[in-house]
Design a protein around this ligand. Sequence first.
Ligand code: PLP
Length: 368
Amino acid sequence: MRRRRNCESRTVDSMKSPQCVIREEIRALAAYHVPPGGRLIKLDAMENPYPLPPALQARLAEVLAHTPFNRYPDAQGTELKAALRKAMEIPDELDVLIGNGSDEIIQIIAAAVANPGAVLLSVEPAFVMFRMIATFCRLRYVGVSLREDFSLDENALLAAMETHKPAVTFIAYPNNPTGNLFAADAIERIILACPGLVVIDEAYFAFSSDSFLERIASYPNAVLMRTVSKLGLAGLRLGLLIGRRAWLVEFEKLRLPYNINVLTQAAATFALDHYEVLINQAREIVAGRDELTRSLDRIPGVAHFPSQANFVLIRVPDAKRAFDGLLSRGILVKDVSQSHPLLKNCLRITVGTPEENAAFAAALTASI
Ligand SMILES: *Cc1c(COP(=O)(O)O)cnc(C)c1O
C-alpha cells in the first residue's frame, strides 16, 4: 500500500500523524501564497482599482441592511442568475451554474470527471489553479507548453490529446499570466478533436476583444466559465459556468447547496443591475492598459507582451532586482519569473488607476 510505504513511523500513536493520514501528493504541495498587501500599491492580483461610486455604495448599504442573514441563501440563486443572464446577455438555451469564485467551479468540474487515471490537460504557462486542483482531485495533470511567443502549439496539443485522452481541457481566453488571446480557430479545432470536455475560461472577458459566448452552444463538448472577480467584485467570490444543460445538470450535483452566501447574492445582484458602471470601469482599465504599455515603450531594457486582459506581462533584465526595487518603492507586482522557463525574467503587472500606473512606471525606471 502506497500510503503505508510513505509513512515511516511504526508506533500506533505516530500512525495518527498527518504524515500517515494525508495523501502524499497533498503533503508535497505548497499552499497558494498570497502576499500581504498592506499599504502597498497592489498591482499583483488583477483587481479592479475602482470602487463603486459613492451614491451606489449608499444604496448597496441599504440593500445589505435588509438582507436576511439569519436565513440560508437561495440555494438556486434565482435572482442572481437572472441578473447575470441579463448583464452578460447569456443565450436562453444555455444553463448557468454559480460558483464561489471560478476556482470553485474548476474544482467541481475536476471532481466530476475524476475517474481513476483521468487526465486534466492545459497549456503552460497558464492559470496555476488548473494544475493545483487537478492534484486536489486526483487527476493526472498534463501541461502542453506554449510557443515562445505564447501562442498555442496546436500540433503539440492535438498530439497530447491523442496520447492522453484528457477528460477535461482548460483553456483561458485571454490567458493568464501571458495576457494574450489564442487563435480562436485553433481553439475550435482543439474542441472538435478533444475526446472530452473543453472549458473556455473567460476570466478576462471584460477587457478582451473576443469571446466564445455566442459560439459555445454550437459545440457538444465545450462550456464557458466566467467570473466577476476581475470586473470589480473580487471580494464577493462569484464565478459562473455557462453551457449545455446535459453538462451542467451533472456539475450541479457537486455544487454545495449554499455555496453563494446571502451577502454575495444580494451585493452581486445589485452590482449587476448597474452593470454599465462596471463595464465603464473596465473600459477605463483598457485605456489605462494602453497608456501603461506606451510608457513601458519608453523604458529602456523593458519588453512587454500584447495583452487583452487587465494586466501586462513584461520582461526585464533582472526580475528579482526589478521586483525588489518596485517593492521598496511601495509597489507590489507578481514575479512569475520562476514559474515557467518561458517566463524567464518576467513580471505580471495589473493595470491600476492612471496615478498608480504612472507611479509604477516611474518606480520601474528606477528599479531596472
Ligand atoms: C483570476 C482567474 C480565475 C479565478 O477567478 P475567481 O473567480 O476569483 O476564482 C480563473 N481563471 C483565470 C484564468 C484567472 O486568471
